[in-house]
Design a protein around this ligand. Structure first.
Ligand SMILES: [Mg+2]
Length: 390
């Protein structure tokens, strides 16, 4: 079997709500752009992944004509290809998407669901709720975590960092909702690198007078292992980080410097191959892994197969405009079916209706999230006007 071609289909749509954090408390608006990468073979079997960008064209000659079943070897060839320029940005996103599509392909060739091919003994992985909602009102926070509690989810993450009084009040709302599932929910907070390490310690210590916090996410800059270690050593909560770093080498620096307690990986850690490497390294240090949010929870098969996986972040704006995934959430777990591969099925009719040749961002859409004024220096609370997104 040989890889013969690839296809990237880009699309735009509107989510049913905006997402917001400490750096963009008003959110990015509801407009979104996405893409689906397909990798084709001479035997008619196609691997798919979400993501994929123009850099795939530069990488494709590396895998063209190769047997897709040698996917880890192909991952190595791609990593070697970007050696000098570095595995960053568009190159990292392209490697990640290709790697995931190759795993999908490999599982389809084996006629197995990916969770089984990866070695999971059960088709499920635990979920936690994440509103990504600094832009949400208290009532909307209540509605979101209530919906998640209805699905049996007993852990939640809240965006914080700009306003202590609001943070305490809103954590209380999340806690109240999740207590419908368990008396002591797993409460976590995320400040998206807005604080300096000392600001983080002061803010988190105050929160910990009122709540038992399981982890604090990105309490300092992603690369600041001294700062992250300082936070870890001075609050009760674990330090979780990793969503904005790329590969094994990046994570090794944090682990070796005792700057990370919960290892967060996602589809962008050079794909499933890279995420497994990071998770296995973490396992050697008795560190749990938590998978980042992903549309349709399409990385759930990976979570099921990691022996140290804690929970996968679940968000619920409308992010599946042209595909379905073979899973559902019940009793706090993501349960997967037996569809071969990732279980990601493209709806050709829906895709055709929203497909674009090139993505053109509408005026006023803020992307990527810029770093907010005052970051690392002083806190700038959101104004009422800023958080209006409807
Ligand atoms: Mg985060």
């Amino acid at each position: 079997m040989k890889i013969t071609g690839y296809n990237i289909r880009k699309y735009t749509w509107h989510m049913d709500r905006a997402l917001g954090d400490a750096n963009s408390p008003g959110g990015s608006g509801t407009w979104q752009a996405g893409s689906i990468l397909s990798i084709e073979t001479d035997e008619g079997i196609t691997g798919v992944s979400l993501g994929g960008n123009d850099y795939v064209g530069a990488l494709f000659p590396v895998i063209e004509g190769q047997d897709p079943r040698g996917n880890i070897g192909l991952w190595k060839k791609m990593m070697d290809f970007v050696f000098k320029g570095g595995n960053e940005g568009e190159a990292n996103a392209a490697i990640s998407a290709i790697d995931i599509a190759l795993w999908d392909l490999k599982a389809k060739i084996a006629d197995q669901p990916l969770w089984k091919l990866l070695g999971a003994s059960e088709p499920r992985t635990k979920a936690y709720a994440s509103g990504i909602g600094l832009n949400l009102t208290d009532d909307e926070i209540f509605a979101f975590y209530s919906r998640m509690a209805d699905r049996g989810i007993d852990g939640g993450k809240l965006k914080v960092g700009l306003d202590m009084e609001a943070d305490l009040r809103r954590i209380g709302i999340m806690n109240e909702c999740l207590q419908r599932v368990t008396s002591r929910p797993m409460l976590t907070i995320d400040s998206n690198e807005y604080w300096s390490p000392k600001q983080a310690i002061r803010h988190i210590s105050e929160i910990e007078k009122h709540f038992d916090i399981t982890w604090v996410e990105e309490p300092a800059r992603r690369w600041d292992y001294d700062g992250l270690r300082l936070v870890s050593q001075n609050v009760k909560a674990a330090v979780a980080t990793g969503e904005n770093i790329n590969d094994l080498g990046d994570f090794y620096a944090l682990i070796a410097n005792e700057a990370i307690d919960i290892v967060e990986v996602g589809s962008n850690a050079t794909g499933i191959t890279g995420a497994r490497q990071v998770a296995n390294m973490a396992y050697a240090f008795e560190l749990p892994v938590a998978l980042m949010n992903c549309p349709g929870e399409f990385m759930a098969p990976l979570g099921a197969a990691l022996p140290n996986h804690l929970a996968l972040e679940v968000v619920d704006p409308f992010r599946e405009p042209c595909f379905t995934t073979d899973n559902y959430i019940e009793d706090g777990w993501i349960h997967m079916g037996d569809t071969p591969g990732l279980g990601l099925i493209v709806d050709e009719e829906k895709l055709a209706a929203i497909e674009v040749d090139e993505v053109v961002r509408p005026e006023g859409v803020s992307w990527p999230f810029p770093r907010r004024e005052g970051a690392g220096l002083y806190q700038v609370p959101p104004t009422p006007e800023e958080v209006v997104w409807k």
